[in-house]
Design a protein around this ligand. Sequence first.
Ligand code: ADP
Ligand code: MG
Ligand code: ZN
Length: 484
Amino acid sequence: MADAVEVVIGLEVHVELKTESKIFCACSTRFGSPPNTQVCPICLGHPGTLPVLNLKALELAVRAALALNCKVARYTKFDRKNYFYPDLPKGYQISQYDAPLAEHGWLEFRVDGRMRTARIRRVHLEEDAGKLMHDEVTGETLVDFNRCGVPLIEVVTEPDLRSPREARAFMEELRAVLQYAEVSDCRMQEGSLRCDANISLRPRGATDLGTKAEIKNLNSFRALEKALEYEVARQTRALERGERLVLETRGWDEGRQVTVPLRTKEEAHDYRYFPEPDLVPMTLDPEWVEQIRRSLPELPSQRMARFQAEYGLPAYDAGVIVASRRLADFFEECVRHYPHPKTVSNWVMGQVLGYLNSRGLEPEELNFEPERLAELLRMVDEGVISVSVAREVFEEAVSTGKSPRALVEEKGLEQLSDTGALAAVVRQVIEEHPSPVRDYRRGKVKALGFLMGQVMKKTAGKANPQLARRLLEEALATEREETP
Ligand code: ADP
Ligand code: MG
Ligand code: ZN
């Protein structure tokens, strides 16, 4: 069955743009302020007020469209999308309908080591709505209008994604591209990146699309993937039973890990779209658009290719590191101070990401200079500390903000590399453990491991292991000659 059926997914992604003020008024877009403190008559939809377009929002939307390889329209306009909902005080959303800002783009992404491409159908500009808050205790619903009028782009893909994993990989790449292009911070936990996923099944080889379900408001990569997996199973079961699927809008129940029906699907005519009469249509100057194109930075896929070519990193490492612009910057800066890319990459993927993940932090929140990591890695090379001590020093340095070298000195973590001192310890161990010494002399090589362990124990793990082993072997060999 699994092979006879093809999964078809298309995404509609909403992205809040990184502007200081809202799209049609001067209110702040800051996240996390007390409810209803960033509102005015315009974003509250009072009668008689007029919207004025924020040029920065338009510029960021064009930037996003170009980063997604879209053709930016010469002529574009706003439309009213009419619907009633308590978080939408105007009774309509200013959006774009039949003359979107940009169309016909594509995005390449990697999934399980293979490259895939999904076409971008359109990118349009619109305003966000407010937020309803349901009070569990009183059962009341409150509304916060701070988010009303925050600029959004909606990115709509063609139905080109073929599995929940692909949908997730696409979203991860989309987030990376938009972060690199500096159009949005894309914080899913704050709702600045969210996604509706459309999914249907069809017999493999068919060209017509099956009946889809649209899952609304997925706000984590995990929720996106899980909700789609659930839908594949649900729709497969229904089709196997010979049921007819209905076109519907569903929601993701995080607690129960199931999708639930919300409503039957609305259609375009339900929204009674018409041109927004309070905003003039726009003709974009191609030279202005080209200027924005030229100002785009190196994007993640280009950077990944460069990391492989310039630093000789494996594709896997390069992919993990460039997924975050901050992490990639950190890596490059560290390599400038400590030119051993693969070692740095191992540390970035192991220690640095491990530290961030264990604390639920984003790379942007890392409070550690790349020079510090370089300093730490040099101490390992110089034999000042062992790799395992370096790992501990890293943890401590990141959480205290102290320099690794200062920490090593302060705590006396330097490796014991003094031959004379270490030889004395070795002699002592040999005297205290005659039986393993005898075993070793009789050819039981494994006894050396035990004796090494004793040397480490006596030096609190600080003995330079290579030196300790050499001194131990020498001492055992000499004594054998002396006491035949
Ligand atoms: P609607 O009018 O219901 O919003 P659209 O045709 O505008 O539908 O498409 C919205 C999104 O759903 C797009 O990303 C598109 O690729 C995707 N999509 C459309 N039809 C299907 C389908 N049958 N199965 C999966 N995805 C679909
Ligand atoms: Mg839709
Ligand atoms: Zn306002």
